[in-house]
Design a binder for this molecule. Sequence first.
Ligand code: SF4
Length: 557
Amino acid sequence: MPVDVLFVGAGPANLAGALHLMDLIEAHNEAVASGAKEGEPLEEPSIAVLEKGSRVGAHQLSGAVLDPTALDELIPDWRTLDDFPVERFVERDDMVFLTNSGHFRAPWVPPEMNNHGKPIISLGRFCAWLAARAEERGVMIFPEFAGAELLWEGEQVRGVRTGDKGIGPDGEPLDNFEAGMDLTAKVTILGEGPRGHLARRLIERRELDKDCNPMVYEIGCKEILELPPGRVTEGFAIHGLGFPLDLGTFGGWFLYSMGGDKVCIGLLVALDAKDPMMDCQHLLQRLKTHPYVKGILEGGKVVKYGAKAVTIGGWASVPQLYTDGAMLVGDSASFLNPFRIKGIHLSMKTGMLAAEAAFEAMVRGESTASVLATYKERLDQSWVREEMEQSKNFHASFGNGIVSGMVKVGLAWLFGPSADIKPFDADYTHLKTLRDFQATGPQLGVELQYDGTYLLDKLSDVFLSGTTHDEHQPAHLHIVDREICATTCREQYGNPCTRFCPAQVYNMVENGETGRLEMQVDFSNCVHCKTCDIRDPYQVITWVPPKGGDGPEWGVM
Ligand code: SF4
């Protein structure tokens, strides 16, 4: 199926890009028709968006308090639209530090962190809203299609092949086999979110990351709770540090009110955490036992759960953004400001700037790297670069812990960032062995009394993610050497994937014949967070897309 421009992933970057591209094409055609511009009209443009989830929004998860800068440019009248999916607008904005049993409020927060008046959104609902507007404009959206591999013509990207359906666990076709579809495109834009499957392949093959730091991540676990009726009376956004993380582990938490009686709570933990016992879902439950948090959430019932990796390398990890026939946008290219922990506005703007380069390629009938390089030129002139450059050394600043990191970040805020970009290593290189790691802080394992409503064990949370996978397909988590799991990794790290996976996909199970503990992969639990692909100390795990339509059903996250 040939198209002009193919967007892979129906997240905020690509949906904003698709809408902006339609705006540009319409304006161009009108100008040509009226004689105001020379050239040919772009007749019947074919713009497509692929989405691996069952529908747009099913795989979207974020905080999220939206910085509306990019939305103001894309849809200036959004505030007056009745169907804009806002949960609440922020009326109270707090920054709180938690000690083991107490708390104190920050007396002052930098203006960049001010959220007052901004909309609290569900990213899933927001993306569904953007997608509906894009479809009205003629963009074709294909949910349930995962991009399995890139199509190449020499070294030029020529589109994407979607995954086959109806393949048995042994890799052989079943009766309902359906071959994947080849979508050929003049321009392919990859916006698959953090650790994008195709983005990684593209970056590796074209060595797009040879001049930048590796992409680094946090894992975020999030729950939505329903509070007793009438308890949520205002729009609040509370951000916090401290408990349950120790001062050697980078991370933080958020607590936002949503529509009706709902609130959401999330905990972020850096995937370069040294602790081999790190378990973000467990830490989120610990956070809910803190008196300050409990005071807000008590009586609440968890109704939704999800987890996702978050890019935090910022500008230091942005790879080359274009190559022949393809561009990278949004989280797939590290567009998140780690200082503000905000990325939706940056993702949207990168999608819009890539759309401008794609439009130019359509007009010129050529999509070589030299034409698509205008994406980077536009980005360098935009507020995206200005914002991201300010925090280019944010991640490197925390290499020696939270306290020295905050001092360095404070100095950079006061006097501006240093000229050079400081180096850092990939997340998995920081993991310590069981013998070398000395747990000291509140992360030390604590038994919790799960009650099934407020405090949930991992499998109960996974149930609330709505994730499902057809079990009659090959596992989408490839472990190239399971012997390592049963021997070296077990001895050295105690199989950290059994804890850092927020969906209990990895379990060490006794082999009935040998009595040895061996790795069992319960892939149907997977919520597609990509943490295992990032943090596994031996780098033997690779996440690939399962059958299109499988995976979590977040929608409201
Ligand atoms: Fe995340 Fe990997 Fe677990 Fe899936 S298996 S939920 S990608 S850590």
